[in-house]
Design a protein around this ligand. Structure first.
Ligand code: FES
Length: 575
């Protein structure tokens, strides 16, 4: 005889998918119970307790997420304490430093893995464990499409690196030091020492790169407990909030608190506002468009630019500023940032703890006004990201204006064109490269289809001959992305991309280009008749894949302004 559903478990009978698996009266109901008991569970796990999936992107191929199995243990404590049954499961993970050609190529694959694992299994709710750049948007995309109650627990940033008295932010400082190394100002031994201390703990990169940005935006969207995103990975409070998240997710089932209730247009506008206040990664533009797209919400580049113009950048963290994520955490983290700009936010949005975002941030004033600045001492009166339009980017391009050189934000210069990244790498350090500080470097075939996979190649290194002359920045344009940890006057995501015949494919060395960030313009100063003549001669490069996932990617990935999701994953897809 089956036990009766009694006590605390009876509360959870409402809205439980897992009941269909474990309480079915047929042979398969018996089989599912028996097979789960083979993991050592007693019979009362089937007494109506909710089953909570712990979707874990742990992998030894992803150092940033390498501690997430420990975090999962803390989540499990919370789930058991609240009367649920936690079951941890793996998905593919996306380690930014290791994967080729780029993790971006696999973000949609991971999102499908997350979605289908949730959909196919006896789960009533899910806890999403993420960290490294693409793991956060991939989990949010998958969870949004599966649409059962979901809470996110980011793994948190690494502790700051330190070398010979200098604090090092992974990514940003690594790239600056590499410029010193390749111009002979650091020795091999010094470079090896830096290698050992720049990334000294588990966790994601320590600057406001894509990982820090996306986990912070998950919190701004209402998908984490307040204060969750910025706790450093090794800090004991990381485990405490993981346990609290495990408790909270059980309560979300009764409330039917699904992603579709939390991830509203107003919540996305809040997230864009926080992105601008943080000086966050340009990659967030693509990811937020893609996550929203899973819920049928169409975010446009205009939304980003409109919100950027009204939102000051107030967070002084690298690469836009000088501090690291650890400092932002001690200053109060995302709740304190949101508190400072609360008049720009919609406080009525629901969050995973059942309260509104306004309730969650109302008492969270910043504890350090150097890291989270008052609005009258903002780093920049506008947000970190500006959207550019013009005949060189009819569907838009982006620039992280807070990480660019102010004297280059209005610039006119002659193009020097690299056909591919390989060509750029072969030539960039040549002493006879015909460029000067006013040259505009252009690199093509680096977009979603052209690279393939839309890699972070947009931060074209400074030519060595200019570095040796003391020039540290110049205008660089491509259809690639850029690591959120990078800096410089770098224009990215030019759409449509060159490989499908976008205007970037028409630029020739010597053409004049106009950049005007305050007026949001990116123009190729070549007359329309000449551009039409060049367009008529365009032939697309051969596709990189004929089969497998690569082929699926090339056939279905959308352009940067549409979020680079697969077209068939949109809820209103019609073949
Ligand atoms: Fe994983 Fe930077 S490499 S967050």
């Amino acid at each position: 005889m089956r036990r009766k559903t009694v006590g605390v478990a009876a509360r959870f009978m409402k809205n439980k998918r897992s009941r269909e698996w474990f309480q079915a009266p047929d042979y398969y109901g018996f089989g599912r119970r028996a097979w789960l008991r083979s993991e050592g569970f007693p019979a009362d796990v089937f007494d109506g307790k909710p089953v909570i999936g712990i979707c874990n992107s742990w992998s030894e191929l992803n150092n940033c997420n390498a501690h997430l199995r420990t975090v999962a243990e803390a989540v499990k404590r919370g789930v058991w304490a609240a009367g649920g049954v936690p079951l941890e499961f793996p998905t593919i993970s996306l380690g930014e430093m290791f994967m080729r050609p780029t993790t971006m190529m696999y973000r949609n694959l991971m999102a499908m893995d997350v979605e289908e694992c949730i959909r196919a299994n006896p789960l009533d709710a899910v806890v999403l464990l993420c960290g490294c750049d693409k793991t956060t948007p991939a989990q949010l995309m998958g969870a949004a499409s599966a649409d059962i109650p979901a809470i996110m627990v980011p793994g948190g940033p690494m502790l700051a690196g330190e070398w010979r008295g200098q604090r090092l932010g992974s990514g940003t400082d690594g790239k600056k030091l590499f410029d010193q190394y390749r111009t002979g100002r650091l020795t091999d031994d010094e470079w090896c020492e830096i290698e050992g201390c720049i990334a000294r703990t588990a966790g994601h990169c320590t600057v406001m790169g894509t990982a820090s940005t996306m986990t912070s935006l998950a919190e701004a969207l209402g998908m984490t407990l307040p204060g969750s995103a910025n706790i450093p990975a090794p800090d004991s409070r990381r485990m405490a909030i993981a346990e609290l998240s495990g408790r909270a997710v059980v309560g979300m089932i009764e409330q039917e608190l699904k992603p579709s209730r939390i991830l509203t247009r107003a919540a996305f506008e809040n997230a864009i506002t926080v992105l601008m206040a943080l000086g966050g990664s340009t990659n967030a533009v693509i990811h937020l468009i893609a996550i929203a797209g899973r819920l049928g919400i169409r975010l446009t580049l205009d939304d980003f630019d409109r919100i950027s113009r009204r939102t000051p950048c107030i967070v002084d963290v690298k690469p836009s500023g000088q501090f690291l994520m650890e400092d932002l955490f001690h200053a109060g983290g995302v709740p304190a940032v949101m508190n400072r700009i609360q008049d720009l936010l919609d406080g009525s949005c629901e969050t995973v703890n059942g309260k509104t975002i306004g309730d969650n941030i109302s008492a969270a004033s910043p504890g350090n006004e150097t890291v989270i600045r008052p609005r009258d001492r903002a780093l920049n009166p506008e947000g970190g990201i500006a959207v550019l339009l013009g005949n060189l980017a009819p569907n838009g391009a982006v620039i992280k204006q807070t990480a660019a050189s102010p004297d280059l934000l209005r610039h006119r210069g002659r193009a020097y064109v690299f056909e591919t990244r390989d060509e750029m790498l072969a030539k960039i350090d040549r002493d006879d490269l015909p460029v000067n500080r006013d040259t505009v470097l252009v690199m093509r075939n680096c977009g979603p289809k052209g690279a393939p996979g839309f890699p972070e190649w947009g931060h074209i290194p400074m030519p060595r001959k200019l570095l040796n002359e003391g020039v540290t920045d110049m205008v660089r344009i491509s259809d690639a992305r850029m690591s959120g940890t990078s800096y410089g006057t770098v224009i990215l995501h030019v759409a449509p991309e060159s490989a499908i015949g976008g205007p970037l494919s028409l630029v020739q060395t010597g053409d004049e280009i106009l950049l005007d960030v305050p007026d949001r313009k990116l123009e190729l100063l070549v007359d329309a008749v000449e551009l039409a003549r060049r367009a008529a001669q365009f032939t697309p490069p051969a596709p990189h894949y004929q089969r497998g996932y690569g082929r699926l990617f090339l056939d279905h990935v959308t352009q940067a302004d549409l979020g680079c999701d697969f077209d068939f994953l949109s809820p209103d897809y019609l073949p």
